[in-house]
Design a protein around this ligand. Structure first.
Ligand SMILES: *Cc1c(COP(=O)(O)O)cnc(C)c1O
Length: 416
């Protein structure tokens, strides 16, 4: 496997060293093939909101698998999960299942283009939407706003249909949409950007985004692949009080199995085949075992009003970490929303755009990461990835992280 991994960030390139090879996980812990256990704040990068191997999810998977895993036909649990998401998410009238977050955003953009008859799309630098060609795009230089491929293998012509704007800048956004809006099919955003640090947006910026897209007839797509069913039952849309035209899901709705979904207004979604001319399909879409894992996860979350507990857990973690970070001999603050957290290792206010991120944070993060790992605490192997709190995390896990972080800050030679 190139880099020894099936997804690049797992290779530890950003922090150095050798990636863990995991043998098993249970609750808030994972065990590697050398038999070492770690308290896990990666949570498979978002899906494991109940922790590893939750008994209800295991039972649902086993029961479903015993009845057959895939049929290539509509399934009972697929309909139930669709109804659950439609009931939970603001403005969601119809949705379709896919097998990953990447497929969800790719398909949402295709239907947005098909429904509007426009080709261009807008994304924000610092937001990640999976690895489809037209979303692996970075801002062009200078005044040129048309995107350039951020990966080899992406044709410049594809990237040229994507305009990349900075977050946190309603002036640039308004100017673009008022000038060129009638050629822009959609604006896609992580309403709570959590793939390049945790870049919490000002409500005014998001309100402007909603107002100006509506005015331009440009569709607003909320990429809720991380935030959906994590920050609230109705995702970031509920939390922020903003209803997008389309939304994408992944991670939590699959309960640890490969699931994605996209959906929104019926008058947009009806453009999809077989009702409309926009083609989209999938052999394993709505896979019964995956649907069962997702349903079981949402059951546990809804039954216990888990979002209150996740907020309380996040708050408890922050209360433990904030004083440790404040006392560090280098700039460090905790950024948090609900069960997502990020250590911002730079001076000044928490950054709200990719451009405001200090690249030196990565240099500070490396020794911290390794010290924590040596002490049995697993954070993401990158300074710019968030941490995930799950329902399986308890006070003792947070205390372990606090104690390990205190030692890491005291022991590691970290540039100020
Ligand atoms: C993880 C993620 C994706 C991609 O999902 P995959 O299942 O990895 O393809 C898309 N958007 C956001 C916001 C994500 O966090």
């Amino acid at each position: 496997m190139p880099g020894g991994v099936s997804s690049p960030v797992r290779a530890f390139r950003a922090v150095g060293g050798t990636p863990l090879v995991i043998r098993r996980g249970s609750g808030a812990e994972v065990e590697d093939v050398d038999g070492r256990t770690y308290t896990d704040f990666v949570g498979s990068w978002g899906p494991l909101i109940l922790g590893h191997a939750h008994p209800d999810v295991l039972r649902a998977i086993a029961d479903a698998a015993a009845r057959g895993s895939t049929f290539g036909a509509p399934g009972e649990m697929e309909i139930e999960l669709a109804e659950r998401i439609v009931a939970a998410y603001p403005g969601m009238e119809q949705l379709r299942f896919v097998s990953s977050g990447t497929e969800a955003t790719m398909s949402a953009i295709r239907v947005a283009r098909g429904a509007t008859g426009r080709d261009r799309i807008v994304k924000f630098s610092g937001c990640y939407h999976g690895h489809a060609d037209h979303l692996l795009v970075a801002a062009g230089s200078g005044l040129v706003t048309f995107g350039q491929p951020s990966s080899a293998g992406v044709p410049a012509a594809f990237a040229g249909e994507t305009i990349v704007l900075p977050l946190d800048d309603e002036e640039r956004l308004t100017e673009l949409l008022r000038r060129d809006g009638d050629r822009i099919a959609a604006v896609i955003i992580e309403p709570v950007p959590a793939n390049n640090g945790l870049l919490l947006q000002r409500p005014e910026f998001l309100a402007t985004l909603r107002r100006e897209t509506e005015r331009a007839g440009t569709l607003l797509i909320f990429d809720e692949v991380i935030s959906g069913f994590r920050l609230a039952r109705g995702g970031a849309a509920e939390l922020l009080g903003i209803t997008p035209d389309l939304a994408t899901f992944g991670k939590v709705i699959g309960g640890g199995l490969p699931v994605g979904a996209f959906g929104g207004r019926r008058d947009i979604m009806r453009h999809l085949a077989p009702q409309g001319p926009v083609y989209q399909a999938g052999t394993l879409s709505g896979n019964a075992v995956a649907m069962a894992a997702g349903l079981a996860t949402l059951d546990v979350l809804e039954r216990g009003n888990a979002w209150r507990q996740l907020e309380m857990s996040g708050r408890a973690l922050a209360a433990l970490l904030e004083p440790v970070l404040a006392a560090a001999p280098f700039p460090a603050t905790l950024v948090r929303i609900g069960s997502l957290f990020w250590m911002s290792l730079q001076a000044g206010a928490a950054p709200r755009s990719a451009e405001a991120i200090d690249p030196n944070a990565a240099v500070r993060y490396r020794p911290l990461f390794h010290s924590l790992l040596d002490q049995g605490v697993l954070l993401a192997p990158s300074a710019y990835e968030v941490g995930f709190v799950s329902m399986a995390h308890q006070a003792r896990h947070f205390e372990q992280l606090r104690d390990a972080l205190t030692i890491a800050i005291g022991a590691a030679a970290i540039p100020a």
